[in-house]
Design a protein around this ligand. Structure first.
Ligand SMILES: [Zn+2]
Length: 103
């Protein structure tokens, strides 16, 4: 797996350092089975996947093998998708579920 962490994700992880270890474990699990663990988002965030770290606290990620298959790279913010390997996982965001940004 080729892992990419966004600046947003890294900043959030620093902010929520208390659950750093839980996030690390979940990231490892997502790397092993991104399709099984990822819950597809809808609407404006079609093509993105979410996975809870704990209740109401989500990791948002993209998996390039599936964003290509569905053609979602045209919609989602996976701008450099064609330059990424198929097994690239991009960790986009980390935060509470009720954050308005993620609906
Ligand atoms: Zn992609």
């Amino acid at each position: 797996m080729n892992l990419v962490f966004s600046d947003d994700f890294v900043a959030s992880l620093k902010k929520h350092s208390a659950i750093k270890e839980a996030v690390r474990k979940k990231v490892n699990m997502i790397c092993e089975s991104p399709v099984t663990l990822g819950e597809p988002l809808k609407g404006n965030f079609r093509g993105f996947y979410s996975c809870p770290v704990k209740r109401n606290f989500l990791i948002i990620f993209l998996y390039c093998a599936t964003c290509r298959k569905k053609g979602d790279d045209a919609i989602v913010l996976c701008a450099d998708c064609p330059d990424c390997l198929d097994d690239t996982i991009k960790f986009i965001a980390l935060g509470p579920h009720d954050k308005a940004y993620w609906g």
